[in-house]
Design a protein around this ligand. Sequence first.
Ligand code: SF4
Length: 352
Amino acid sequence: MGRQMCELCKDRRAALIRPRNRQQLCQQCFFVAFENEIHKTIVDNRLFKPGERVAIAASGGKDSTVLAHVLTELNRRHNYGLDLFLLSIDEGITGYRDDSLETVKRNEIQYGIPLEVLSYKALYGWSMDEIVREIGRKNNCTFCGVFRRQALDRGAAKVKADKMATGHNADDIAETVLLNIIRGDIARLSRCTAIITGEEGALPRCKPFNLGNLDCLFTYAYYKKLDYFSTECTYSPNAYRGYAREFIKDLESIRPRAILDIIKSGESFRFALTTKMPEQGTCEKCGYISSQKWCKACVLLDGLNRGLPRLGIGRTRGKSSSATGIQTDNSCSDKQTSIRNDKRILKPSLDF
Ligand code: SF4
């Protein structure tokens, strides 16, 4: 039996089925539909203002590569008037980040937008290779996640960015909702579904793909033949997040709306006025935003420098991880770091 015709143009053969609505589309109509959805998200949520300098957090992975490609295209097509650039962090992971940075350097040329790279070694005096030699492979991602977030902020400040755009998609947000519920992390739960965060601070972050799910990004990157890096991190651990990822993908396989439903649930939580939220201040040591005397990075760095790398790890009795300031799980939203590569994601299963 031949393929169905595309449901939009009714002229070409359908090449894929969209997981969100089971729509059967040809490649061209899928590209147009996907790009229009991102444009609508940007416009409806007023993610950018004309003239803004926007840092695209770029890892060389699929999501950030699609983000760089689509934002460059929409900026030109719809005259957003944005000054875009790529911002990458070199964690110092041999055989992983060094290779993925080569991809970002090619993206710089392909999209014609400048690239800024900051390294952990230059910022903190430690590469991840050196940290793993100290701490082992159990809590390495706690260091990496804390350092990366601050490194991105520092990089954006260095190049005077007004805003940062990240490639977080619906799957990431659903995972984060689940993880925050499991940890009882009310502070993070209250803001993790927001499309823009940090508006009160110096550098707001936005997620233009907040409703785009991972399968769509993969399909787009695959059919557009984008140049991205898909090797798993050398230190990919038994990541807690990886289990959450597998769980929601299993849910999605029997209920396609499951991911959007989890996000909706996260948005629907109402927090009692009596719920104590951490108060934002600044780190006494480095001046970075912190709800504690020292920011998370300074606590971890202090332990490393004193030869007591586990000092900053762990949970203070009776306090949530937001309150202690340290994430106690191995959170990494890099899709390459799932404990088991997701078969549905990493092959073009949307093909007929
Ligand atoms: Fe860093 Fe992610 Fe690798 Fe962990 S898995 S070391 S967070 S890049």
